[in-house]
Design a binder for this molecule. Structure first.
Ligand code: ADP
Ligand code: AMP
Length: 214
């Protein structure tokens, strides 16, 4: 099962990806997580990506397509994967389509999480993520069992540098301008499933199970 999770920053893609990993035993491929790891390890890609990420702009398509190309060839992708935060431009979607064609594979479904901008801003500014496993929590909407500690792995929770009001606002307009055209792209391809991302986390999990046939 090859899935794409589509939606604005803060729409809940990472939160639902956690559920899908546990349920379907397929990996999450988050380009944002991969880039943050590259920054932490001070690789050439990390150095190139950092200033774009700090401003809330998109990292150039060639960089992103290169990291995806390598990732999809890894062994754990054999039975499927969840693309989270990729593709983010039409050029990336076209690049992905070419890669999949070469691998004789396809995307099964594109799940779109629709959430209004004022809710997205509340979610992004209150988000706390695990510095170790990347799991996502919220100071109000999705509190960890113990304040500041990850429920999954017990590591400390941190606030992402780009989750401040100014950068988050810019990320939402980048989404509208550069990523939202993918909605039509995948609708035309007959792959898009729209979900009301404003619902409770557990309700969305049930809907995903129904759509994907758990
Ligand atoms: P994305 O990966 O799409 O950027 P996340 O999954 O990290 O978004 O979610 C953004 C924030 O909103 C996190 O703090 C998360 O805990 C919270 N959140 C996710 N889904 C919901 C939901 N359905 N209702 C309320 N808060 C949510
Ligand atoms: P995310 O973790 O998905 O919120 O992504 C954080 C940041 O990483 C984004 O604001 C971009 O700067 C960068 N990024 C992640 N994925 C992509 C992508 N597919 N294309 C371009 N930039 C990306």
């Amino acid at each position: 099962m090859n899935l794409i999770l589509l939606g604005a920053p803060g729409a809940g893609k990472g939160t639902q990806a956690q559920y899908l990993i546990d349920t379907y035993k397929i990996p999450q491929i988050s380009t944002g997580d991969m880039l943050r790891e590259a920054i932490k390890n001070q690789t050439a890609i990390g150095m190139e990506a950092k200033s774009f990420m700090d401003r809330g702009e998109l990292v150039p398509d060639v960089v992103i397509l290169e990291i995806i190309r390598e990732r999809l060839l890894q062994d754990d992708c054999k039975n499927g994967y969840i693309l989270d935060g990729f593709p983010r431009t039409i050029a990336q979607a076209e690049g992905l389509a070419e890669m999949l064609e070469a691998l004789n594979a396809t995307i099964d479904k594109v799940i779109l999480f629709e959430v209004s901008n004022d809710v997205l801003i509340e979610r992004l500014t209150g988000r706390r993520v695990c510095g170790n496993c990347g799991a996502s929590f919220h100071t109000v909407f999705n509190k960890p069992g113990k304040e500041g500690i990850c429920d999954r792995c017990g590591s400390a929770l941190i606030q992402r540098k780009d989750d401040n009001l100014e950068t988050a606002t810019n990320r939402l307009s980048v989404y509208e301008n550069q990523t939202a055209p993918l909605i039509h792209f995948y609708e035309k391809a007959g792959k898009l499933v729209k979900l009301d991302g404003d619902q409770a986390i557990t309700l969305l999990q049930k809907q995903l199970s129904h759509i994907l046939g758990a």
